[in-house]
Ligand binder design. Structure first.
Ligand code: LAG
Ligand code: CA
Length: 500
């Protein structure tokens, strides 16, 4: 379904990429709950292949070995404990489910949970799956069984995606095994799923699998609640359209992050003024059918879609502005990215520059165990975890979106180029100045009732005072806004919950 099952109608989630379950549980209690985050997308919880060359890349988690909950993030017990503790805080857990395929072809060994597999003769006894459960070269139609042409719908869906063994979802047995796995997760208290590689599965097969899903656990959700579904479909205008999937749930709208990146980077002559029309008024799926994000774990390392336009933590100023826009504007269900750092290593390939370190896995000790997230007394994450979601500007815009929920966009203003402002009904107001050189200096209609408001970009409301700029709105709802071009983060945001 399309509704995210958040508590109190909360409006945004965060992807805690590669975090351990124990750390996520603590984060729900100490940070995500108090700051109004609706949920967490977690890395795939099921057992995966252990990749030694390169050493323990992040992408080994996209190579399933079984549906046992046992990974570098933790075991079954850790996962259950996390789901329970997060739900207690009104923070939902969304699982990334890798159901299109098992691991890459070739070799044999043991997964992160110790289960044996043989990827030469397609044997996964811990599920169990055998060679009959996979598509073969004749159903696929290419000589090496791999997807070769992205112009051929049958290849995209029946061949091996980068050599990974492609499950045959027309099989009732395979559908049953996948549904059992997903139902096990919801029985624990998960609120929904990010469905990996949905484009590589036939919509009819997915519908059959989703039709077998149970309702959510009534310990946490009203009876009859259905799992939230966000399907990973990269539609940049190829032979497969996101419209084939939206009757079943939301799709990951990759056109959004790509365009947001281009606009804030001022590429191809685009301006912030265009943002008024972003969404279904442009070329994207409609509000209720999309999950939107500035970057995700693929696009931030140039996998997926969007190339060099994508904004990430490395461009922190523009990244904060793009996130703030996304969280302020009424379009889609929002997912924020939370990353770990790695050193990039750009090398020239025949098609252009490539980061040869794009495989590097999460911060880990010498034995490959993922490191815990440690947080200093300023609330910043350490040992390689970036925690974009903890940056004040990002964190406070989550509350802005919650406060503005249900109110449309009003009072749009722009200077024709890179300065914009708008309100969300009478609940919230934002102004962004991406000119770089020129100040935003204008008297604008905020839509808000008169009073003093704390700008949640430059500070926080604390003990009735504001640690940043205070904005005074007059009886007519107007205020004078001044944002210098070279401000550290050139925007201001105020809302009904930030009244001093
Ligand atoms: C996704 N969406 O459809 C994930 O978001 C994306 O991160 C996954 O690819 C992909 N689908 C498959 O689940 C990632 C990496 C790939 C990696 C793959 C499997 O982007 O680079 O492939 O996970 O681990 C790697 C190697 C390939 C190799 C393959 C199989 O890069 O060269 O052929 O493993 O051994
Ligand atoms: Ca497939």
């Amino acid at each position: 379904q399309h509704a995210p099952n958040t508590a109190d109608n909360k409006q945004a989630i965060v992807h805690l990429f590669e975090w351990r379950w124990a750390d996520i549980a603590a984060e729900c209690e100490t940070f995500l709950g108090p700051y109004g985050f609706g949920g967490v997308q977690v890395s795939p919880p099921n057992e995966n292949r252990v990749i030694a060359i390169p050493y323990r890349p992040w992408w080994e988690r996209y190579q399933p070995i079984s549906y046992h909950l046992n990974t570098r993030s933790g075991n079954d017990e850790d996962f259950r404990d996390m789901v329970h503790r997060c739900n207690q805080q009104g923070v939902r857990i969304y699982a990334d489910v890798v159901i299109n395929h098992m691991c890459g072809f070739g070799g044999s060994g043991h997964g992160t949970g110790g289960s044996y597999f043989n990827a030469e003769n397609l044997d996964f006894p811990a599920v169990p799956y055998g060679s009959n459960d996979f598509n073969n070269c004749s159903t696929c139609g290419t000589s090496d069984c791999k997807v070769q042409s992205y112009d051929d719908v049958n290849q995209i869906r029946n061949c091996r995606l980068v050599s990974m063994l492609d499950l045959n979802h027309s099989s009732d047995y395979v559908r049953g095994k996948i549904a059992d796995y997903m139902n096990y997760l919801t029985s624990i208290g998960v609120a929904g799923f990010r469905v990996d590689a949905a484009k590589h599965m036939w919509p009819g097969d997915l519908a059959a699998i989703f039709g077998r899903l149970s309702d959510l656990n009534t310990a946490y959700f009203p009876s009859g609640s259905r799992p939230f579904i966000a399907m990973e479909v990269i539609d940049l205008g190829g032979v497969i359209s996101s419209s084939e999937y939206i009757h079943m749930g939301r799709i990951t709208e990759f056109r959004y992050g790509k365009q947001i990146g281009q606009i804030f980077r001022k590429q191809y002559g685009q301006t912030l003024a265009y943002l008024q029309y972003i969404g279904e008024n442009w070329d994207k799926e409609s509000d209720n059918n999309v999950l939107v994000f500035v970057d995700n774990h693929d696009t931030q390392r140039s996998h997926g879609a969007g190339g060099e336009s994508i904004l990430t933590f490395r461009d922190s100023k523009l990244y904060k502005m793009a996130n703030a826009f996304m969280l302020a504007f009424p379009y889609g269900f929002v997912r924020m990215m939370s990353s770990y750092y790695w050193d990039q290593w750009w090398e020239l390939q025949s098609w252009g520059l490539k980061d040869s370190n794009d495989w590097i896995g999460p911060p880990a000790d010498g034995s490959g165990n993922t490191m815990g997230v440690s947080i200093n007394n300023k609330g910043n994450c350490r040992n390689g975890w970036i925690c974009e979601h903890r940056w004040r500007q990002n964190r406070n815009m989550v509350m802005f979106r919650n406060v503005a929920a249900g109110h449309g966009m009003f009072n749009w203003w722009d200077n024709g180029y890179h300065q914009i402002a708008f309100s969300r009904g009478d609940r919230a107001f934002i102004a962004i100045n991406n000119e770089g050189l020129w100040a935003l200096d204008a008297t604008l209609q905020t839509g808000l009732s008169s009073g003093d408001y704390c700008d949640v970009i430059s500070g926080d409301l604390s003990n009735g005072g504001c640690t940043g700029k205070t904005i005074t709105v007059g009886g007519d709802g107007r205020t004078h806004i001044y944002i210098a071009g070279d401000d550290e983060v050139p925007m201001i945001a105020i809302h009904a919950g930030s009244k001093v």
